[in-house]
Design a protein around this ligand. Structure first.
Ligand SMILES: [Zn+2]
Ligand SMILES: [Zn+2]
Length: 283
């Protein structure tokens, strides 16, 4: 069992902090972890986000957030993960990368310079609006339109060639906003594009800790992914050591119910498929 989505951002970039994530992983019976820090923690990615702060249609909360973030150095991050591997921790070098239309070439060029094992693709921003920042930022937004636009951006994201894994596929539900319909066609299109582009689908327990109190993605989406033979990865999106591998028993039973049989592991951005062993005691 693996957990391919976690963040070190609430502590220092040190082996001591990283070891605590691995300790929880071991207690929960995981054999491999992947660290997937947000791209916007690193100064190298600032040029990609700067346009979000410009223009009369930019949001004050986005300006404030973007002015504060981007403090870390990507080299230090990669060096830390390589050092952890040196001391025997089975850790993959991941990155949670936002999809911002128009930045593809800049990002592609930057990614090539680092030995990433996998890239998680995330849509947290629609236009200049960071919709998952806080429930308050939804005040002037129409829920149906937000869902429609979210899945349109996601379709471009999974076709961009930048990503290996689609993270928290239905994140738009994070605060529990319900649209009038499921957007089945839009979601199916995203899944078909993922299958064509050999992306894996992240199965994440993070939503259970959010107002929506559901896993990502919803089981009907997981079922469609199974029909298209899309493999999954397992994810906690832990921001603290104690959340590594959290509620993976729920992820396992959802995968089993939906007919998912394969999960992916990655090395240097090459995918390897493995069979899920439902006989194992869930961590
Ligand atoms: Zn995310
Ligand atoms: Zn994350």
């Amino acid at each position: 069992m693996i957990d391919y989505h976690m963040h070190l951002e609430n502590g220092p970039l040190t082996l001591e902090w990283l070891r605590r994530f691995w300790e929880t992983a071991q207690k929960r019976g995981l054999s491999e972890i992947g660290i997937s820090e947000h791209c916007h923690k690193f100064k190298e990615f600032y040029p990609m986000f700067a346009p979000l702060t410009q223009g009369t249609d930019s949001y004050p909360f986005m300006k404030e957030w973007i002015a504060k973030d981007f403090q870390l150095d990507l080299d230090h991050y990669v060096e830390l993960l390589l050092a952890a591997r040196q001391e025997g921790i089975p850790v993959k070098i991941g990155l949670e990368l936002d999809y911002l239309p128009g930045t593809e070439d800049f990002v592609q060029e930057l990614l090539q310079q680092y030995p990433f094992d996998y890239i998680l693709g995330s849509v947290h921003v629609i236009g200049k609006w960071g919709f998952d920042y806080a429930p308050e930022v939804w005040a002037d937004h129409d829920v149906n339109q937000a869902y429609r636009e979210y899945y349109a951006v996601l379709a471009s994201a999974v076709s961009s060639g930048l990503f290996d894994i689609a993270a928290h596929l239905d994140l738009i539900k994070v605060f529990g906003h319900q649209a009038d319909c499921l957007f089945e066609e839009a979601v199916s299109l995203v899944l078909e594009l993922m299958a064509q582009n050999n992306l894996s689908l992240e199965l994440s327990s993070a939503g259970l800790r959010k107002p929506v109190k559901e896993i990502y993605p919803a089981e009907w989406i997981l079922q469609r992914a199974a029909e298209l033979d899309i493999p999954i990865t397992f994810a906690s999106d832990a921001h603290y050591p104690e959340d590594v591998g959290a509620a993976f028993d729920k992820l396992m039973s959802a995968a089993k119910r939906c007919g998912i049989s394969k999960y992916s592991v990655y090395s240097k951005r090459q995918r390897n498929l493995k069979s899920i062993n439902f006989e194992l005691p869930a961590p």
